[in-house]
Design a protein around this ligand. Structure first.
Ligand code: SAM
Ligand code: SF4
Length: 330
């Protein structure tokens, strides 16, 4: 076993696997209304190829956690099978899914049956008009049903991810928290990052962690949760003394790069050492050219050495990566 260690001594054990760049929502902070030029199918890893590369990461490189994402992973036809084959790997790994929740009501049982451990569902507002404005689709009911089905299927603790947009849903933080608390979902707010396809992110428009906490504190008493944050990106707070918590992922204003334990695999088989990396390492080409598992593992180890110390959003020379979030795998 060779660890995926970078030149700063960090070891990646958490693999984020993007299964598609396609999506059935059009969140304004992520995609343009007309969608994007989707990846040609020939470039996308097949189910067998995805499972093989996950197997290399788990069997040779010490990966202990696999999170499926996208684009929208529920639109990938082979998802349940990919999950089942991942949970059957030896050694066993923690598996989770980040989804917008559309269709989760239908699939949650099968995913749990395939051995999936947990889901994170993205939900930025529980008001129909705001949800529709943000996602450009009137599908709030599907997400709500998906969340309930996930909890029912035992895919918990069910987490909800929310992004706040100034002038759109930033006044609704406490309302969203109340809604999640009533249902036993763990809410985490994510600061908006410069990863939108249209490059419209600006620091001034971004709702900061500090603003989010101030807005929640108008309705709730928040106290830092006891346990150390470790490599977890969310800073967690007990709500009104607990046990319920709320998290804030301050990727921009309080970066956690020094403790990062993540590595990413795109749907077209590229290793990315960071969401903001400007370089990728091609595993698909090597795999299709007949590389052995050991050779693929070696390429992955070499790729990891190039991981940057931090995302550098505050650096004047910062450049947004060419791929948007939906094509990297958030
Ligand atoms: N489609 C799935 C979903 O929405 O959960 C999975 C992929 S999505 C890219 C993963 C997460 O990234 C979602 O929680 C979404 O809200 C978040 N996200 C997308 N664009 C973002 C941005 N520019 N800044 C911060 N978070 C973003
Ligand atoms: Fe789709 Fe997720 Fe991007 Fe929204 S955030 S457009 S659901 S990939």
């Amino acid at each position: 076993m060779q660890p995926l260690q970078d030149s700063y001594g960090r070891v990646a054990t958490d693999l984020r696997v993007s299964l598609t760049d396609k999506c059935n929502l059009r969140c304004t902070y992520c995609m343009p209304a007309e969608g994007l030029d989707w990846m040609p199918t020939s470039q996308q890893l097949t189910d067998d190829e995805v499972v093989r590369l996950i197997g290399v990461a788990v069997g040779h490189l010490g990966v202990r956690e696999v999170r499926f994402t996208g684009g929208e992973p529920l639109v990938r036809r082979g998802l349940v099978d990919i999950v089942a084959r991942t949970t059957a790997l030896d050694p066993t790994v923690e598996t989770s899914l980040t989804t917008n929740g559309l269709g989760l009501a239908r699939t949650a049982g099968a995913l749990a049956g395939a051995g999936l451990h947990r889901v994170n569902v993205s939900l930025d507002s529980v008001r129909r008009d705001t949800f529709t404005a943000l996602t450009r689709r009137d599908r709030l009911d599907d997400v709500v049903a998906g969340l309930a089905a996930a909890a029912e299927a035992g895919l918990g603790p069910v987490k909800v991810n929310a992004v706040l947009m100034r002038g759109v849903n930033d006044e609704q933080a406490a309302e969203l928290l109340g809604w999640c608390l009533e249902r036993g979902y763990e809410l985490r707010f994510i600061e908006q990052m410069p990863l939108d396809a249209e490059h419209r992110w600006t620091r001034d428009d971004m709702v900061t962690a500090e603003e989010i906490l101030a807005s929640l504190e108008a309705s709730y008493v928040l106290t830092p949760a006891e346990e150390p944050r470790g490599s977890a990106p969310a800073e967690r707070f007990l709500v009104d003394g607990g046990p319920a918590t709320v998290g804030v992922i301050a990727s921009v204003t309080r970066p956690f790069c020094g403790d990062c334990d993540r590595v990413r695999l795109t749907a077209d088989g590229q290793v990315r050492t960071c969401l903001f990396a400007r370089e990728e390492s091609d595993l698909r080409g090597a795999l299709r050219a007949g590389a052995s598992d050991e050779e693929l593992a070696e390429r992955w180890v070499v790729a990891m050495r190039g991981k940057a110390a931090g995302h550098g959003i505050d650096d004047p020379t910062f450049l947004q990566p060419a791929r948007p979030m939906s094509a990297i795998g958030g």
